[in-house]
Design a protein around this ligand. Structure first.
Ligand SMILES: [Zn+2]
Length: 594
């Protein structure tokens, strides 16, 4: 496949280029407006009428749009060319300026949270103020965890050289890692492809090389990770969060208990899901036990189908259309307007993501499309994120926010409908087995493995309280959690013991990983409802739910589907879908080998 057949994204809806004269104009406007905002309102919030308060909120909204556009553009412009120092420096300079210029406005949330509720209720009687009610409620949520104004200012100012600096070092360093196999040099995205090769010996060489490079860099990675954890712990303690997960859970509106129930329920099913699956996988690969790097290997009897970009687009859009013409229409825009960066390139960040700097405007998708079946599902996944974002633009810049537990719902659901459509179009038993096996492998990576990651970071953060963790200790915890979750049929040895820094979320979004599992079980439950046909107009209700995921609590959102997330059975229901696929795999396996 020629790379030039695959589109690059067009960021001109944000800015024309880093030399766009509008950039310095916007930066200056942001600086001036923030300063005048502080002069006008600081120390006076309690005296404002509803009308005056509304003007203050509208000012915040306007500035937030400018900052999001600037920061978003600088970031997206950089991620496809991490080796271009001009792009990297531009990003850093915009971030520094935005942080600097935003300082005078730090008082607002502090002063707002010091107000008596009666004052806020009085403002909320005004219909125009009410349009911001979700945002105002969210601001209030952190009331008990806020520090004094000088402390908040200092934390913000220091973040560039503390927490954020470590993340930056991690990201820049990881993107420069090089791997050598048979005399040839690869970056991590290219190496990841070798890990999916049909040749088991090549997979092992690639995996072992991955482990070797991470081990070689373990001093730096361990140092960074210890700093990331400590930086967070210092702030958590000052703010009064009880556990390392608490801050994340609060911003998610999920209780510490529910996350604990999810994690424990998943752990309970390691055996009948992951362990059972890898036993089958070992059999298919003709091995007594598989290597860690064989988990996602294609089956020997699978057809190595390669998809062109156009084919992938057609498969995904057709499946979306079949589920809901409305969803299809939203999805199609991404292709018609070049909002997707498709081909892998040297210096481009690996993996895939959807990023919408402005809540009220369309987002962008970044892919590294290599034409594999998995790349088709990744497109379905990221497109799900994109549509989810588009369904929410009407909620306004301030009311919207990213809630990670539901952020992964539309994406995983999008993947599921594309998978089901691919399965329906497959008649051969062997091909069917391969497709389901690959899906189950992914589901285990999401629902099960991410919880093993969760336990890894929980233990790392807990042990860090007693001092820094050594590289050896981190590897040891990693190996224990991997063995526990993957089971006896997966070998975890010196070729995979040191790769924990591969999980970027440990660094840039601590305690994010459980959200994948949360969303996967959430979607699996929803999907079972869809399949059962018990809910009328499911697709419309589903899209309606997606439009409100940042606004309402999960109990309310799931009510139309007869689901209750506070019930442990909710998680079991989701996990049972994976179990049922493994039952189907065992059945197909017997049938084929008869
Ligand atoms: Zn995602």
């Amino acid at each position: 496949m020629k790379k030039n057949d695959m589109p690059a994204w067009d960021l001109s809806d944000l800015y024309q280029s880093i030399n766009d004269p509008q950039i310095s104009k916007d930066l200056e406007q942001y600086r001036r407006q923030t300063a005048s905002f502080a002069r006008k309102y600081k120390g006076k919030l309690a005296t404002l009428s509803a009308n005056e308060f509304l003007a203050a909120v509208q000012n915040i909204e306007k500035r937030s749009l400018i900052a999001a556009r600037l920061g978003g553009f600088a970031y997206l412009n950089m991620v496809t060319q991490m080796k271009n120092s001009e792009a990297v420096m531009f990003y850093q300079s915009v971030e520094e300026k935005l942080t600097d210029y935003s300082k005078p406005a730090v008082f607002f949330s502090l002063e707002y949270n010091a107000l008596p509720q009666a004052k806020i209720n009085e403002w909320l009687k005004d219909k125009r103020v009410q349009t911001y009610k979700y945002w105002l409620k969210r601001l209030r949520k952190f009331k008990d965890y806020q520090l004094s104004e000088p402390e908040e200012e200092l934390l913000l100012e220091k973040s560039l050289t503390s927490g954020d600096a470590w993340v930056r070092l991690y990201e820049e360093h990881s993107s420069r890692l090089e791997f050598t196999i048979d005399g040839k040099t690869y970056n991590d995205a290219e190496l990841s492809k070798l890990l999916l090769d049909k040749d088991g010996a090549l997979r092992l060489r690639a995996g072992a090389e991955m482990n070797r490079v991470f081990k070689q860099n373990s001093h730096l990675m361990t140092f960074i990770y210890n700093m990331v954890i400590k930086d967070k712990a210092v702030e958590d303690e000052k703010r009064g969060f009880k556990t390392p997960v608490s801050a994340r859970n609060l911003s998610e509106d999920v209780s510490d208990e529910s996350v604990e129930v999810l994690a424990q329920t998943v752990k309970k099913h390691y055996k009948d899901i992951a362990h059972r699956f890898y036993k089958l996988k070992a059999k298919w690969l003709g091995m007594k036990k598989i290597n860690y790097w064989d988990r996602n290997a294609p089956l020997p009897f699978s057809n190595d189908v390669n998809y062109s970009w156009d084919e992938a687009v057609k498969i995904v859009l057709n499946a979306y259309k079949e589920f809901s013409p409305k969803l299809y229409k939203i999805a199609k825009d991404f292709f018609d307007h070049n909002w997707i960066d498709v081909p892998p390139r040297d210096g481009k960040r690996s993996g895939a993501f959807c990023s919408g700097p402005l809540a009220s405007e369309h987002p962008y998708l970044m892919l590294n499309f290599a034409g594999k079946q998995n790349d088709v599902l990744t497109l379905a996944h990221e497109l799900g994120h994109g549509c989810h974002h588009q369904l929410r633009t009407k909620n306004g810049e301030l009311n919207e926010h990213s809630r990670m537990t539901s952020e992964e719902v539309a994406s995983v659901f999008g993947e599921m409908i594309v998978f089901q459509s691919m399965l329906r179009n497959t008649t051969d038993d062997r091909a069917k087995l391969c497709l389901i096996a690959s899906k189950v492998g992914d589901m285990i990576n999401t629902a099960i493995r991410q919880i093993a990651f969760h336990f890894f970071e929980l233990r790392a953060h807990t042990e860090r309280k007693n001092g820094e963790l050594s590289a050896e200790r981190l590897s040891q915890i990693w190996v224990e959690e991997m063995r526990d979750s993957l089971g006896d049929y997966v070998v975890i040895d010196e070729n995979s013991a040191d790769i924990w820094p591969m999980v970027g979320h440990f660094f840039f979004l601590p305690f994010y990983v459980y959200a994948y599992s949360y969303a996967d079980c959430f979607v699996n439950s929803l999907y079972q409802v869809h399949q059962s046909g018990t809910v009328d107009n499911f697709a419309d209700k589903y899209l309606d739910m997606l439009s409100k995921t940042a606004l309402e609590d999960y109990g309310k959102l799931l009510k139309p589907f007869g689901l209750n997330p506070n019930n442990a059975q909710f998680w079991e229901y989701g996990l049972s879908l994976i179990s049922s696929y493994i039952d189907e795999l065992e059945r197909l396996d017997k049938k084929i080998n008869k």
